[in-house]
Design a protein around this ligand. Sequence first.
Ligand code: F6P
Length: 319
Amino acid sequence: MKRVAVLTSGGDAPGMNAAIRAVVRTSIYRRLEAVGVMKGFEGLIDGEFVPLTRSSVGGIIHRGGTILKTARSERFKTEEGVNRAFFQLKNAGIDGLAIIGGDGSFRGAQKLYEKGFPVIGIPGTIDNDVAGTDETIGFDTAVNTALEAVKKLRDTASSHDRLFIVEVMGREAGFIALEVAVASGAEYLVVPELPFSLGKLCDKLHDTRERGKTHSLIIVAEGAMSASALRAQLQDTAGYDARVTVLGYIQRGGSPTSFDAVLASRMGAFAVESLIEGKHGVMVGTMAHQMALTPLAESWQTKKRLSPEKLELVEKLSI
Ligand code: F6P
């Protein structure tokens, strides 16, 4: 193996740059050349390669976003797009490709692998909805960004004796919502993984008020429903007047936390070492703090579950 390429794909996540840096520096440490692919699979199809040196990844470990840019590629969903990408990789003399992204990106990675190209996945998404790793790169930072906002909202909710509904990202999963709910001491959590009961929520809000608590925070995952839809339901059926905050894309930006910078560094380095050892068609991850490899397909075929223990904590500690 002589030349390793790296790309970022799907939604950006804090720590992607730290992972790129780790892939590049480990490749050079192992006397391999490193190449960046711009704009994910889009750039791969168009052959947008850039040589990456030790210094081209200097000073990026703490930078949010991705220096390689990212995209969601429709063209790569076609047979023609995959064939073109395969040709570009061969033509550029690349022997292994590290793909940093979420499950959608790994479906693409799998197609290249099935054509016989050596690929390895590095899970990078704020959603944490990828099986085969305890955490994905960017999740911890997104949770901390959301938590900072929720703490500020708690101040004003408490001052005005108000009910607040905060909508967080996560696509079809409730990982960010659950983590933020536990860490902020939220009164109620709405996630797509659990059936929603307006009656149960109203009972909870009623009990909370009965006990003398004059403000409440509800964390809702975007995959369950929108904060404004929940607000309307509460208003129409029980007369609650809730304030709504949608945190949105702020959760995708910013400098990675130390956890994410370390996780990304470990995963990037391990990905290159694994490629060198001939391990392809797999995704790197951490399981109980140890580096692990999982077949790419498992990352989306296996449903990653919310921790029942944490779910119970929200209920138990919000009395
Ligand atoms: O997957 C990351 C994520 O930020 C999700 O949380 C969100 O649902 C989605 O991307 C938004 O996608 P887009 O960037 O295409 O608007």
